[in-house]
Ligand binder design. Structure first.
Ligand SMILES: NC(=O)c1ccc[n+]([C@@H]2O[C@H](COP(=O)([O-])OP(=O)(O)OC[C@H]3O[C@@H](n4cnc5c(N)ncnc54)[C@H](O)[C@@H]3O)[C@@H](O)[C@H]2O)c1
Length: 250
């Protein structure tokens, strides 16, 4: 079991889905978890963690706002002294064929998925450098490798960007003992994928092309992210961890 005792870990998009699952698992493994989201429901996640005996605090953070990132990192350092782990998890999915993607769609996808991840790295890296170590996990997707279903072009472009941004950060910050890896989930049961699970033909199609014959659960991804954040992953940086039930192996 991966332990995260004493680590201060900031999670974006922690109000629901995988971000909620990551936050709860990290707290179970001994971390102080800073749950952030632009959705105030994230406060309930931090409260649930505390009720279960863990350490957690909520902070409103829209990942597209550089001002909010600056204030959030200042708050974390003032209150907790350090940030050992950052999970750039917040993301959105817009699925349309290219001619139907509006510039507003494109901008929203790149603002949240790519700019949000970039701003997280930009503002947390100096704090990690000051403390002499750190681990960043950027949430890409199997859509960062392949166009896994129809209408994914713009989303794939964002997840491919995250995959390569990760390697750049990994190379630049390896000398400072800061690791940066990407995680590539397949289809995972969250509010983001509820439409696929509600539609029997889409659900059957996704299950049919996944070697393990099922959709994944958030906690199965949280375990992989926890490992990358932990000292057990001390020689891993710039790597891509795939958690897809064999989807991309087929
Ligand atoms: N669910 C999947 O099958 C799947 C597969 C591969 C990758 N992913 C990626 O995993 C991550 C989490 O996905 P999920 O399925 O849990 O999604 P979700 O929609 O269930 O949750 C996403 C969270 O991000 C938050 N968020 C959105 N925009 C934000 C912003 N501007 N600032 C702060 N928070 C914001 C939402 O409020 C929400 O709490 C995303 O990056 C997604 O692209 C999901």
């Amino acid at each position: 079991m991966t332990m995260l005792n004493g680590k201060v870990i900031l999670v974006t998009g922690g109000a629901k889905g995988m971000g909620e699952s990551h936050s709860k698992l990290f707290a179970e493994r001994g971390a102080t978890v800073l749950v952030t989201d632009f959705d105030p429901k994230g406060a309930a996640v931090a409260e649930a963690i505390k009720a279960a005996g863990g350490n957690s605090h909520f902070r409103a953070l829209d990942v597209t706002s550089e001002t909010q990132w600056r204030e959030c990192v200042d708050w974390a350092i003032a209150e907790f002294g350090r940030i050992d782990g950052l999970v750039n998890n917040a993301g959105i999915l817009i699925r349309k064929p290219v001619p139907e993607i509006t510039l507003d769609d494109w901008t929203a996808l790149f603002d949240i998925n790519v700019k949000g991840t970039f701003l997280g790295c930009k503002h947390v890296l100096p704090a990690m450098r000051d403390t002499g170590s750190g681990s960043i996990v950027n949430v890409s997707s199997i859509s960062g490798y392949v166009a896994n279903m129809e209408g994914m072009s713009a989303y794939c472009a964002t997840k491919g960007a995250i995959r390569l941004l990760t390697k750049g950060v990994a190379v630049d910050y390896a000398p400072y003992k800061i690791r940066c890896n990407s995680v590539h989930p397949g289809t995972i049961s969250t509010p983001m994928t509820a439409e696929f699970e509600a539609d029997p033909s889409k659900h059957q199609m996704l299950v049919g092309v996944t070697a393990m014959g099922r959709i994944g659960q958030p906690r199965e991804v949280s375990e992989a992210v926890a490992f990358l954040l932990s000292d057990a992953a001390s020689y891993m940086t710039g790597s891509e961890m795939t958690v897809d039930g064999g989807f991309t192996a087929v």
